[in-house]
Design a binder for this molecule. Structure first.
Ligand code: NAP
Ligand code: 12T
Length: 340
């Protein structure tokens, strides 16, 4: 492609969509024009991009004429219906929803882990789940060093993962509790303020949640290995931005904590924060707004021969969503893959 691409952001008014516009701007993505799309609810409203107000248009079948790259962040149902329409109109789609991730014709990409998966794409590329992204960024260099056999992960996920309404709900509940008003849960089934909910996305027949099974299945697909066994418990905590994960791994070859720190310090997209004596460890409060994935509390699992425990934190809206999507888009430009 000789000209810079025309980019459409679908879901531009949402928590992820607004961060997407900010990230495209901050990283100076080479867009000839940026178009903002959302539902009829916010058609006509304005979003900011490079100090300019862009008027939001209602998403429709004709929205993608003249568009080269369509970034979707408007829910699975919207992606399911409109991503094929966008591809039909000549767009390449990078999709943030769960709709296409496990389709065998759709690459599921974390640029630090499997950029080669983009080659030969058929028009739709999927951005993985936020919890999967930050975990595989850390697992990949350790897998290359010692071959991971098994992963046990528990997550502590921020409310921003479920959209702007959930951010507002936590804030309202905290305010109401301090002024002795009634709490009325809407986004979540129970009060989230001062609580933890071991329930993210829907429950499945095996009694795991969909969020847990995304971590299991997406990790295998991105790491390109069915041999990595993963089991997950995903928990919503009353934090606004930043997901945390307690991750236990078992490897074929022993990796000492010192070796793991050295490997991870050299790996792309990772900052090691691990000095217990100085109380240095990753926390969501400090990861929020940052691009890197932070890892610390690296220590030996003393119950098995080759095991490590790790604590991984990242901004779920940035690396977990908008940043990873923009990094994929940058790779598409660099690799000249914006035409199918
Ligand atoms: P959000 O704050 O609720 O925003 C939703 C956005 O989608 C809004 O812009 C909304 O527009 C738009 N939208 C909703 N229904 C639509 C429709 N029928 N047609 C067109 N636009 C529609 O949610 P969010 O947190 O930004 O999440 C958006 C998407 O990103 C979801 O698919 C979610 O699964 C995904 N996501 C992925 C990750 C990840 O793990 N990678 C993390 C978070 C979210 P209006 O203003 O018109 O309502
Ligand atoms: N339900 O991209 O609620 O599949 O935190 C991401 C986040 C789904 C997804 C959440 C979710 C996704 C959430």
């Amino acid at each position: 492609m000789s000209d810079n691409p025309v980019v459409a952001v679908v879901g531009a008014t949402g928590a992820v969509g607004r961060e997407m516009l900010k990230t495209l701007e901050q990283r100076n993505f080479p867009a000839r024009q940026v178009i903002a799309l959302a539902s009829a609810r916010s058609a006509g409203s304005k979003v900011l991009f490079k100090d300019q107000e862009i008027t939001v248009d209602e998403l429709g079948k004709d929205s993608f004429k003249g568009v080269d790259l369509a970034i979707f962040s408007a829910g699975g149902a919207t992606s399911e219906k409109f991503a094929p329409i966008a591809v039909e109109s000549g767009c390449v789609v990078v999709d943030n929803s769960n709709a296409w991730r496990m389709d065998k014709n759709v690459p599921l990409v974390v640029p630090e882990v499997n950029p080669e998966a983009l080659d030969g794409h058929r028009g739709i590329i999927a951005n993985p789940n936020c919890s999967t992204i930050q975990m595989v960024v850390v697992l990949k260099p350790l897998h290359d060093a010692g071959t991971i056999k098994r992963v046990i992960v528990s997550t502590y996920q921020a409310v921003s993962g479920s959209g702007q309404k959930a951010v507002d709900e936590l804030e309202t509940q905290v305010r109401n509790l301090f002024s002795m008003k009634e709490i009325e849960p809407k986004v979540y089934p129970y009060q989230i303020a001062f609580n933890c909910l071991p329930h993210i996305d829907v429950f499945l027949e095996n009694d795991y949640t969909m969020e847990e099974m995304k971590m299991v299945n997406e990790t295998k697909k991105i790491m390109g290995s069915d041999q990595v066994r993963v089991t997950a418990t995903t928990v919503r905590v009353p934090v606004f931005y930043g997901h945390c994960e307690s991750v236990n791994i078992e490897t074929e070859k022993k990796i000492t904590p010192q070796e793991a720190r050295a490997i991870l310090s050299q790996a792309p997209g990772i900052t090691v924060l691990d000095n217990p004596a100085e109380k240095i460890y990753p926390m969501p409060l400090f990861a929020a707004g940052e691009d890197d994935t932070f890892v610390g509390r690296i220590r030996e699992d003393e119950t098995i021969a080759n095991g490590l425990n790790l604590w991984i934190v990242a901004d779920n809206i940035r690396k977990g969503a908008a940043l990873n999507t923009v990094q994929i888009s940058e790779l598409l430009v660099q690799k000249n893959l914006l035409r199918v």
